[in-house]
Write a protein that binds this ligand. Structure first.
Ligand code: SF4
Ligand code: SF4
Length: 278
């Protein structure tokens, strides 16, 4: 049995928006009866690209792009909320909003914690990505967004076919769910989701010079990572999980050690840390 899914490789996404434009091209002004009604010109982002700037000068600054679309969950909140079959899961796992039955059911939008259901004011219906089910049923191998992606950041296929690329990536444990806490058995997974980092610059307070080769220990209470500052006094530890508390200890012979508590709600830029002599 086919079970369609997608793997999105964030490390390959350059934020070109070709996927979004292909989606618009496929759905704006085009009705696909039983699958979807035409997407409005404005206000619908069946695939949207979240841009997140990472870091803060003088530490490395970059932008991570995360495409987000309906995750076609096997245990979808939206399907559970649609008591009269307005939203249903097909045998191949694709979740569809029935464009007729869902008329006037604006409340279904709030059933999705990913916030990927959009309201079409003109047609009075909720709408979202269909994985281009009308094309797959006509023999296409992948949705328009996947076909349009120039970097192969979007990969699509049958999760139940062990030879498909998506099934192999999942089996190799290379993927993560965007929000595993929602517990909806999402069929869209991600490679390289942005992680948090802790960074700072250490300065010798008495001479106002960059403090190189200072020992920086970053610990979560169980695991400990020890770094040395570089010639500019900078240190950085990347790849940390979100929403975790860490203790950062800065020490150097002849200077008073300093200890800080930080929380990785976001990337942590500690700024300049001045060491004072013992
Ligand atoms: S991501 Fe949201 S809209 Fe899509 S299947 Fe899951 S709960 Fe439904
Ligand atoms: S087309 Fe591909 S590279 Fe461009 S924004 Fe979409 S996912 Fe990223």
């Amino acid at each position: 049995m086919t079970r369609y899914g997608m793997v999105i490789d964030i490390t390959r996404c350059n934020g070109c928006y070709n996927c979004f434009i292909a989606c618009r091209d496929e759905y704006c002004g085009n009705d696909y009866p039983t699958y979807s009604a035409a997407q409005p010109d404005k206000g619908s982002f069946w695939i949207k690209i979240i841009e997140k700037e990472r870091g803060k000068y003088p530490h490395p600054v970059g932008v991570a792009y995360t495409p987000i679309l309906c995750q076609h969950c096997d245990e979808a909140n939206c399907v559970k909320a649609a008591k009269n079959g307005e939203i249903y899961r097909r045998e191949d796992g694709i979740v569809i909003i029935d464009p007729e039955k869902s008329k006037g059911k604006k409340e279904l939008m709030s059933a999705c914690p990913y916030r990927v259901i959009y309201w079409n004011d003109e047609k009075n219906i909720p709408q979202k990505c269909t994985f281009c089910a009308h094309l797959l049923d006509a023999g296409w191998k992948e949705p328009r967004c996947v076909e349009a992606c120039p970097t192969a950041a979007l990969k699509f296929g049958d999760l139940d076919d062990p030879n498909s690329e998506v099934a192999k990536l999942v089996a190799e444990g290379k993927v993560e769910i965007l929000h595993p806490e929602y517990n909806m058995k999402e069929k869209v997974s991600y490679i390289g989701l942005p992680k948090r980092f802790i960074a700072g610059t250490v300065v010798f307070g008495d001479t106002d010079e960059c403090a190189d080769k200072v020992t920086v220990t970053i610990s979560d209470g169980q695991e400990k990572e020890t770094l040395k500052t570089n010639n500019y006094g900078d240190f950085e530890l990347d790849g940390l999980p979100s929403n975790k508390e860490y203790t950062v200890r800065i020490s150097y012979t002849g200077y008073k050690p300093q200890t800080f508590k930080v929380f990785t709600r976001d990337d942590v830029c500690m700024g300049d840390i001045f060491l004072t002599r013992k």
